[in-house]
Write a protein that binds this ligand. Structure first.
Ligand SMILES: [Zn+2]
Length: 95
């Protein structure tokens, strides 16, 4: 009985956590769509840096909120920028 009640309490607690405003996931909007960009400039490493991790990896769409179309264009732009050594493939060795 006690175990069952605790389980129910736990369930309702997690449910509240997700539906409540405190932990609700913020709706992200694609920054390229906002700017009405049709292409992503591969010669602009400062902009592209926002979409790679500190390990040089391309950030997934679920984290940045970029739409599928722009993520595809962005990935190609990042790969081009890496090839031109504007962005790193791997972070620099510190020592
Ligand atoms: Zn977009």
């Amino acid at each position: 009985m006690v175990v069952g009640r605790q389980f129910n309490k736990f369930n309702s607690g997690t449910k509240r956590k997700w539906s409540g405003s405190r932990y609700a996931p913020k709706r992200k909007v694609c920054s390229f769509c906002v700017a009405k960009a049709k292409t992503v400039d591969y010669k602009n490493p400062l902009k592209l840096q926002q979409f790679i991790t500190d390990r040089g990896k391309i950030t997934p769409r679920r984290k940045t909120g970029v739409c599928a179309r722009h993520q595809r264009i962005l990935a190609i732009a990042i790969k081009r920028a890496r090839h031109l050594a504007l962005l790193p493939y791997v972070p620099a060795h510190l020592y």
